[in-house]
Design a protein around this ligand. Structure first.
Ligand SMILES: [Zn+2]
Length: 341
């Protein structure tokens, strides 16, 4: 790799980048140390102001894929590839250690106490491409035990307990063996604790039914499963089978607008789900995970569901009672579970 390097090459490029939307900011300033976050910009400005056109996006994606592939192939002998790739490795590890830093639960507690907002923390592993290496060498039962520890005793030594399992996710096409083990571990932790499971689907519900099959096989009632990232496709045909299985429906990409279905189309889908009798399964959320979604960075922020989406529901003749069902009662039922002795 090093021998093929050109003088003009600049990789690894330390850009926080959402590979699914080609937008900047998935892990941006304030999350990673400054030296790893070149862009601290509103995504729209970054895309127009820095000639980060489609071609450039594809190049960055390609570099990331190459580096990720090398990392997989050469785990343990990164030094041979020079200091740049070592730096990439360090970056990757920094991101992961931040995500598992026990100070995060402590910060969530401090934010909740200061704001008066209830925060429910998740436990679990998101998707295979960001699994920590230990997943590959840990038994399903041991993975389940570590989830149970975080749900019952707390994360690390903070005493802050997670309140649900998730997001645990799948990619496109098929559930991978590693993802299957994480799902089975989640199911076993659910059976030990009663904590609900929130799944991530890629591409708006793909593999949702396979996820439910897997969890059902492990003895999880679908009423304890929240399936995320639904409602962005035209119409509700792909959501109905999930609703009919009794799972919770996360209409939860509402904080994403550019390159997603219009909020109006998503409001139509919510109205159609009510029409089909599934209003009591709907959860609304914004999936905020980028700085450009925050009010301080020009986004609609955490209130976006209320300020931008609820008015569209009213226009479609959903009343205050129905909105309250989706925003108050449903989350209470989805995330509530009886305390175990
Ligand atoms: Zn997700």
């Amino acid at each position: 790799m090093e021998s093929k390097r050109r003088d003009s090459d600049t990789f690894p490029t330390y850009v926080s980048f959402n590979l699914e939307t080609n937008q900047v900011g998935a892990l941006s300033t304030g999350f990673l140390p400054p030296q790893y976050s070149v862009f601290d910009l509103n995504a729209a400005q970054a895309l127009t102001g820095m000639t980060l056109d489609q071609k450039a996006s594809e190049l960055i994606e390609e570099r990331w894929r190459v580096l990720q592939g090398l990392r997989e192939m050469n785990r343990g002998r990164m030094q041979e590839f020079g200091r740049d790739i070592e730096a990439f490795e360090k970056f990757s590890n920094t991101a992961k250690s931040l995500l598992t830093d026990p100070r995060w639960p402590a910060a969530l507690r401090a934010i909740s106490e200061a704001s008066g907002v209830h925060i429910v923390m998740g436990a679990g592993w998101y998707r295979e491409h960001v699994y920590p290496p230990e997943i590959a060498t840990t038994s399903t039962t041991a993975l389940a035990d570590s989830l149970v520890h975080e749900l019952v005793d707390g994360v690390g030594t903070t005493g802050v307990r997670a309140g649900f399992i998730g997001e645990i996710g799948t990619g496109r096409g098929a559930i991978t063996p590693a993802e299957e083990r994480v799902f089975r571990a989640a199911a076993r932790a659910h059976r030990a604790t009663g904590a609900p499971i929130m799944t991530h689907t890629t591409h708006f519900g793909e593999l949702a039914l396979e996820q439910l099959d897997l969890l059902t096989e492990e003895g999880v009632a679908t009423t304890s499963v929240i399936v995320s990232h639904l409602g962005d496709r035209p119409g509700i045909a792909s959501v109905l089978p999930i609703a009919e299985r009794g799972a919770w429906l996360g209409i939860d990409n509402l904080g994403f607008e550019a390159s997603y279905a219009s909020l109006e189309a998503r409001a139509d889908n919510v109205a159609a789900l009510w029409e089909a009798g599934h209003g009591d399964r709907i959860l609304l959320a914004s999936d905020i995970c980028r700085t450009d979604q925050l009010v301080t960075h020009g986004g609609a922020g955490y209130a976006g569901v209320l300020t931008r989406f609820v008015p569209l529901l009213h226009e479609r003749h959903l009343g205050d009672d129905q909105v309250r069902t989706m925003l108050v009662d449903n989350p209470g039922r989805a995330f509530g579970y009886p305390a175990r002795p």
